[in-house]
Design a protein around this ligand. Structure first.
Ligand code: SF4
Length: 265
């Protein structure tokens, strides 16, 4: 079975515990205004022009975004880093895009990783059928569950989809005892508003069980170069990266409500 992957990040330290390999699967059903991996949204392999400079000469090449991997082939890549995973209490994280868009491939990979003794994490928007999520959950040690906006109308406005199923799945995963960290991407005036922070806290307090942690993810503009490189419109071009120290007060607020909170994941 093959999966379409647009990046493999080695020595990742913000995508779950320890040192990890993060595998980015292509395709996402959301279209977040602030997407930090815009090249991962389209579910297909795409070719984009790339400008290469050599001395005073400029050439245009074609770059392919997305590479097909057989499960065994990807496992070979992961095994190269297994020693670091084991010694640091790390593992493998499947991210995207939305990894559940390639559910069959993801499930197969999770089974193989578990059989090899690797800790597995899935970074997800939670937008999938309960059946799919439940199958995946059986081989997932930790979900990194992205929560963007609680108000449904604003969620639609900034991500293009309803959050009903996302919130429903969040509650069900916790109610059934799966390990889960909630991740909050903080985008000025979009997700990071007083109203959304208050709504988020209320929602978290009303969950059937507490998540194992809450990660506050400050907006950073480092994805800007990707918008240029892939010829995409960057609506956040003029928005500056957030200083993580400015989130101290918010972190305390979540901690006072009883949530283990980190800034940056
Ligand atoms: S869910 Fe993540 S990958 Fe998908 S559009 Fe939003 S930011 Fe991009």
């Amino acid at each position: 079975m093959k999966g379409l992957i647009f990046d493999i990040k080695r020595f990742a330290v913000h995508d779950g515990p320890g040192i990890r390999v993060t595998v980015f699967l292509k395709g996402c059903p959301l279209h977040c205004t602030w997407c930090h991996n815009p090249e991962g949204i389209c579910p297909d392999m795409v070719k984009v022009p790339k400008t290469v400079r050599m001395g005073d000469k400029t050439f245009t090449e074609t770059e392919t975004v997305g590479q097909l991997y057989e499960t065994a082939e990807l496992m070979e890549e992961l095994k190269k880093e297994q020693i670091f995973m084991e010694e640091s209490g790390g593992g493998v994280t499947f991210s995207g895009g939305e990894p559940l868009m390639q559910a069959d491939f993801l499930l197969e990979m999770l089974k193989i990783c578990k059989a090899a003794g690797m800790h597995t994490a899935v970074d997800t928007t939670g937008l999938a059928s309960w059946k799919t999520l439940k199958e995946v959950a059986a081989f997932t040690d930790l979900f990194l569950y992205d929560l963007k906006i609680v108000d449904e109308a604003y969620h639609r406005k900034y991500t293009g989809v309803s959050n009903k199923l996302i919130l429903e799945n969040l509650k069900r995963l916790l109610a059934e005892g799966y390990q889960l960290r909630v991740r909050l991407p903080l985008i000025p005036d979009m997700t990071y508003t007083e109203q959304n922070m208050a709504n988020t806290l209320k929602l978290l307090e009303e969950l059937p069980k507490k998540p194992v942690g809450v990660d506050l993810l400050p907006f950073h503009s480092t994805a800007a170069h990707k918008y240029k490189r892939f010829h995409l419109v960057n609506e956040l071009q003029s928005v500056k990266s957030m200083d993580k120290h400015s989130l101290k007060g918010l972190k305390e607020r979540f901690e006072l409500a009883g949530f283990k909170t980190t800034i940056g994941g």
